[in-house]
Structure formats: C-alpha cells, structure tokens
Design a protein around this ligand. Structure first.
Ligand SMILES: Nc1ncnc2c1ncn2[C@@H]1O[C@H](COP(=O)(O)OP(=O)(O)OP(=O)(O)O)[C@@H](O)[C@H]1O
Ligand SMILES: [Mg+2]
Length: 368
C-alpha cells in the first residue's frame, strides 16, 4: 500500500493520503473528532505536515485544554507551519487562549469562544488550511452539545471522524447535509496507545513544571487591569463601617467585600461554621437577595492568565499573595517585568497549582 513518511515513527496510509489530497485542493477548516485515545493529535499532525510539505501555509488549532500539545494545559493554542514538524510539543504556539480548566465540562462557552478566536487569528495570519484537534469529549449530552456547537461555529469543509465503532454517529448523523461538509469516517490506527487518568495527570504536571521553570515573583497592580472570571472587582468596595458590620454579624474575620449588581461578595479568612445565622440581617442592611462568600484560600495557588488586549495569553501565573484591598497580587510567572505592559486583563482559572506544577485543587464556577 502506498505510504508517505511524514514523521519518523508514523506513516500515512493510502486512504488517509487520498483524503489529505482532496482537502489540499479544497482548503478551508478541517475538524478532527474522536473519543479519547483514538489518535486525533497524531492524525492532526500527519495531515498538517502533508499539506505543509505540499506548499500550504497550515494553521494547527489545538482546542484540547487537557492534553494540549501546543502550550500548557488549561490553554488552547494555534500555530502556523509551512514545513513539516516532528512534534507539536517542540513547537511554541503563536497564540494561546486560556480556559483555566483541564476539561471543557462547565467551560463550554469559553471553549467555543476560544476556538473561534484562534481560527480567526490563524486566518488573519494567512493560514490556507486550518486543522482543529479536539478533546475526546463526545459522549452523551455534553459531548453532543459541545461538538454540535463547535461544528456550527467552525463551519468546517471537512470532518475527520476517528471512531472505533459508532461512538460519533449521534453527532455525525445530524449534521446539516446542505452545509457541504464532507465527513471522512476512519478507524484509529492499531498502534494507538491508551493513557490512564494518572498518566494524563502526570503529563499535565510535567508540562506545567516546564512552563513555570524560568518564573519569578511579580507584583501585579490589578487596578490597571480588567478582571475576568470572578466577582472580585466587579462591584463597589465596601468601607470600614460595612466591613465591621459584616464581621460582627458573621462572627468571622472579613478580608474584603464588595457590593456587586448580583449581591454582596465577601472574602473571609476562614471557613464559616456549619451552622450560623446572620444572613437575614446582611440581606436587609444591603437590600439584596444574594450573598456570595468566598474563602481567601480559594485564591491561593490559583492559576491565572495575564491576557493581552485581544484576549490572548501573555503569560500564565500562579497566585502567591493577594492584597485584596490594595489590589496588588504577587504572581509566579515566566514573564519579565518589562512585558507587564502588554498585559491588559487578568483571568482567574479553576485550578490550584504548586510551583512545581502539582495539581493541588479546583475552584468551581461561581465560587470566587
Ligand atoms: N498513526 C499512528 N501510528 C502509530 N502510533 C500512533 C498513531 N497514532 C497515535 N499513535 C500512538 O498513540 C498515542 C495516542 O495518540 P494521540 O495522542 O494522537 O491520541 P488522541 O486521540 O489525541 O488522545 P487524547 O484523547 O489524549 O487527545 C500516541 O502518543 C502514539 O504513541
Ligand atoms: Mg490528543
């Protein structure tokens, strides 16, 4: 069978070559779908290398924020290539978009939004073909919802569907045939290796460790930035009198509080006891229905992204110290002081990380 060697250890077989040739003429966006461990990422690289070898400027968009090859976990990335590359791990992404979580669950909107932004960025930079590598979330309602909407936003000219049996059919069957999307159903190569939960976690921690290797501690003044992903800085700071009322009512140390359009947001030093009263008095004093209480510990070691004006990553960082009142955070980041001027906003993530990349905990949407 005709084979083409594109990376030392992987080959493109005859039927893959035929598809790659067809897409070479059509151009446009190509979406790679498949459950976990079906060979999506290697397939993406093989196709991208084929087109690059045939003279195309190829955009690779990796929207797998869990096992991302381009950039650290929790991000999605885009790179342009005009000659074959051996591995995406060795390529540094042209553009990164921060999701903040290692899974798309609870983060469908940022995933879809980031996918669109990265594809647009690839087109803007001159990509003739853009191939999109995806997460393995294809099962059930979440998988269908995410992938249906992704197809809608990308409007691909081709879909490469890698399936062992029929696990993608609930998505593929209902694609609007008038959209002129060509679907290529392929079986995963026999050589595809499965990864366990622990191997995935270990791989993520290793990637984080490498990413933060050359980091230092930076003081960041949040008052000059847009703050995303938290109630913090979305309202008006409460004064000393209100703070001491809250302290007396909740009988705990209050670090900071704001009146936001959604209610009163309070950061406390220690976890509240299981049974306590006082909510009624707080609601009455501030004439609000909602009280959002967050512990200071939720912000400790929290992963954040320092984004530029376009909403793309300048650098990730790990929060080390928060002075909520002065709005000064100390962040561990691989960023030089002089490059802080590129930072336009700070986006809070959902993962707490040790400085060595260890995953310490999670913060759920709406908790901070
Ligand atoms: N065409 C191939 N020939 C030989 N081995 C392969 C091939 N494709 C993949 N593999 C092996 O299987 C492993 C997993 O493949 P890959 O990372 O592409 O899967 P994936 O579907 O992207 O996984 P994930 O669900 O984690 O994103 C690779 O590291 C490689 O060792
Ligand atoms: Mg992959």
């Amino acid at each position: 069978m005709k084979q083409e060697k594109l990376m030392e250890e992987y080959f493109m077989l005859g039927d893959w070559l035929e598809i790659a040739n067809k897409i070479l003429k059509d151009r446009g966006a190509v979406l790679v779908l498949g459950a976990t461990d079906t060979g999506k990422s290697i397939c993406t690289l093989l196709f991208a290398n084929f087109w690059a070898k045939h003279g195309r400027k190829v955009g690779i968009v990796d929207v797998d924020m869990g096992q991302s090859d381009l950039g650290p976990p929790t991000t999605m990335g885009m790179v342009l290539i005009n000659k074959p590359v051996k591995s995406l791990k060795k390529v540094s992404a042209d553009t990164l978009y921060f999701i903040g979580s290692t899974s798309p669950i609870n983060y469908f909107l940022p995933t879809i939004c980031g996918t669109k932004k990265l594809i647009d960025e690839g087109k803007k930079k001159g990509a003739e073909i853009i191939i999109v590598d995806t997460t393995g979330l294809v099962k059930g309602n979440p998988g269908r919802t995410l992938k249906e909407n992704m197809i809608d936003i990308i409007s691909p000219s081709h879909i490469i569907a890698l399936q062992r049996e029929d696990e993608l059919e609930h998505i593929l069957k209902n694609i609007n045939l008038t959209d002129k999307i060509v679907i290529h159903r392929l079986s995963p190569c026999t050589g595809v290796k499965r990864k366990t939960y622990f191997q995935r976690r270990e791989a993520r921690e290793e990637k984080f460790r490498k990413y933060f290797e050359q980091s230092s501690f930076l003081e960041i003044d949040l008052s000059n930035l847009n703050i995303k992903g938290s109630y913090y800085c979305s309202g008006v700071v409460l004064g000393e009198e209100d703070l001491s009322f809250l302290e007396k009512t909740l009988m705990t140390e209050i670090i900071y509080a704001e009146r936001t359009p959604e209610g009163i947001f309070i950061i406390i030093k220690e976890r509240l006891p299981e049974r306590f009263s006082g909510f009624f008095q707080i609601k009455k004093r501030f004439n609000t229905e909602k009280i959002i209480i967050s512990e200071e510990a939720k912000f400790e070691n929290l992963l954040v992204s320092l984004d530029n004006r376009q909403g793309f990553v300048v650098s990730l960082g790990i929060i080390q110290k928060c002075d909520f009142k002065r709005k000064i955070f100390t962040v561990f980041a691989p960023l030089e002081e002089k490059d802080l001027s590129k930072v336009f906003s700070l986006k809070f993530g959902a993962l707490q990380l040790g400085l060595d990349g260890e995953e310490l905990g999670k913060v759920y949407p709406g908790e901070i």
